[in-house]
Design a protein. Structure first.
Lengths: 113, 115
């Protein structure tokens, strides 16, 4: 998982609470991404960013928000508007070229009850 | 538009036997293709990629993949499977044309290697 850290590894919240997932990278990558992973559904893109102070919605952005105040950091907030927030969340980063692979963090498993 | 299909949800193979995990893709132009592996409760790890040149790409842990343009496929292979290869495998594609750096992932194939 080198170069990208996500914290915490496990997170428990009550329904109705916002929660922020941390993602930090020291790879000097321009692009960062957030994915949600549910069993049998592969990876679904939530948000992505290619430059500081700019980010774009992915396929399932509703109920989520992000910020990119520093190149190294791309935190994800799961808001109370997200109807089914319990999932495994993965952060990734890459260079801004199409032939470059993504580097993934170890993931955060969020459970909301 | 770009898409990836992994037609098998699960592949079972005996240890020591060759393994193949299938991937087919669709892009408007020419593809960049990637394979990743995910162990339980971990992030994805990059295995290998096809950019250009030789159609047979060698990657980490003894894995290789063959790019077949006519069949639009990029199957992952290993000559002799290990129990420790049991994991979830994802294929991903990016179109060379169009400018998007956002890859499209397949739904994943669970590889189970039996002792």
């Amino acid at each position: 998982d080198g170069g990208i850290t996500q914290s915490p590894k496990y997170l428990f919240r009550k329904e109705g609470q916002n929660v922020t997932l941390s993602c930090e990278q020291n790879l000097n990558h321009d692009a960062m991404y957030w994915y949600r992973q549910d069993p049998g559904q592969g990876l679904r893109l939530i948000y992505y960013s290619q430059i500081v102070n700019d980010f774009q919605k992915g396929d399932i952005a509703e109920g989520y928000s992000v910020s990119r105040e520093k190149k190294e950091s791309f935190p994800l907030t799961v808001t109370s508007a997200q109807k089914n927030p319990t999932a495994f969340y993965l952060c990734a980063s890459s260079q801004l070229t199409n032939d470059y692979e993504q580097y993934f963090g170890p993931g955060t498993r969020l459970t909301v009850t | 538009a770009q898409s990836v299909a992994q037609p098998e949800d699960q592949v079972n193979v005996a240890e020591g036997n060759p393994l193949t995990v299938k991937c087919t893709y669709s892009v408007s132009g020419n593809p960049y293709l990637f394979w990743y592996v995910q162990y339980p409760n971990r992030g994805l790890q990059f295995l290998l990629k096809y950019i250009t040149g030789d159609n047979l790409v060698k990657g980490s842990y003894g894995f290789e993949a063959e790019f077949n343009k006519s069949q639009t496929s990029f199957h992952l292979k290993k000559p002799s499977a290990l129990v420790s290869d049991s994991a979830l495998y994802f294929c991903a594609v990016r179109d060379r044309t169009g400018g998007s750096y956002i890859p499209t992932f397949g739904r994943g194939t669970s590889l189970i290697v039996h002792p």
